[in-house]
Design a protein around this ligand. Sequence first.
Ligand code: ADP
Ligand code: G6P
Length: 462
Amino acid sequence: MANRLPVDEVINPDGTTTWGRSPGGLVTALEPVLRAQHGAWVGWPGGIDQEIEPFESDGLTLVPVALSAEDVEDFYEGFSNATLWPLYHDVIAKPQFHREWWDAYVEVNRRFTERAVEVAAPGATVWVQDYQLQLVPQMLRELRPDLRIGFYLHIPFPPAELFAQLPWRRQILEGLLGADLIGFQLPGAAHNFIRLVRSRVGHRTHKDTVQMPDGRVVRAAAYPISIDAEEFETLARSEGVEARAKEIREQLGNPETLFLGVDRLDYTKGIYARLRAYSELIAEGHLDVHESIFVQVATPSRERVEQYRLLRDETDRLVGRINGDLGHFGRPAIDYQHASFPREEMAALYRAADVMVVTPLRDGMNLVAKEYVACKFDDEGALVLSEFAGAAHELRQAWMVNPYDINGMKATLLEAHRASPEERRRRMRAMRAQVKENDVARWAANFLGDLSGPSGPRPDAP
Ligand code: ADP
Ligand code: G6P
């Protein structure tokens, strides 16, 4: 179960509704996993007051949880995305603490729990996903001790010093401890969690385990998430995608070098500093708008949350200023699209790009970096990657940057741009081997294998 279903109900301009793919890395990663498991997916269909019965979509059983306008405001936009999201991402934006948002978080977590209780068979495994649902493991265990409960956090887990700001820190830790296994992207996050449980809840811990007063042992460990690499590669190899990649380059005036950024429009992604670094390279004459272009695609995201609105205005202004100052007729420095694209178009963009620039200020994993690598089946292309993305721990052959260091970023962009074809191929080959071997099926098998544990699923049904 996750806050979002893999599909969103979209209202068309003529008032009719259709289902579209939901944004973000969680859906990208989990969809193939759930399809293979034949499980049910409990989640929110993305709109307001949608009382919808469970339905089948593309071989998946979807179990919708309705949210009211107030829930969306207080639980989703408020506590999830204006309290927890900034707090867990190094407080890049200032987290806001409001007691009524917390009340909504508790109440909506309870509703998700009740929905899962209705659909979970005796002794079933329930896998709870991400920061929006951290109280669900404990709530589920109280109602259904027969279940195996796993929890996975897709975003970073903050250092104890930052987490300690949260007025409801103990409740969140206790909520998570309802799970048998708690998964994080990186080992550091699992350590932060264990340390906090010891100091704030007072349970005994040993290495990566917590000894619960009721005799249970809870484990917290790292399971770095991934993508369905084979599916991306197959898509990238298709004729349609190859033709579209060529067409994109033509439409951009056949530049010698195409730099690409692809993100949800989020302040954690470091879009502003990245575009500034690129524009300075043009302004200083290291790059030329007749030879290079930067394509930045940004998916609209959380548009009613203030920080996201500010970010959109800031990005619009920056791109306008850069192109106004540095562009020529038909030769902008930056081609900026505030849009969401189908998967084929994404693959075509990855195929077309010479240098992929992934520079988040903090990111749990960042699947875009892995998607790019998966699509480069000819070993061409360079990846510039932030040290602060979870992916940096696995894609070690990328050109690494500190996204706060604009001069450093400029130097590294140039280095990646000027690298010899052999150097690029050597690095890409190593990264491709990593992504192909550690794909999302393996991630799920590792987590679910550990969750079912040596003792196996529990036989005692309610
Ligand atoms: P996050 O989960 O924070 O959004 P990730 O990089 O892990 O970041 O995952 C983003 C996912 O969203 C990827 O699967 C990527 O392909 C997809 N995506 C990003 N931008 C777009 C876009 N403009 N159109 C369609 N899909 C996008
Ligand atoms: C990240 C989060 C997901 C979330 C996604 C899209 O990947 O980890 O939980 O679903 O972003 O954000 P949204 O707020 O649109 O669901």
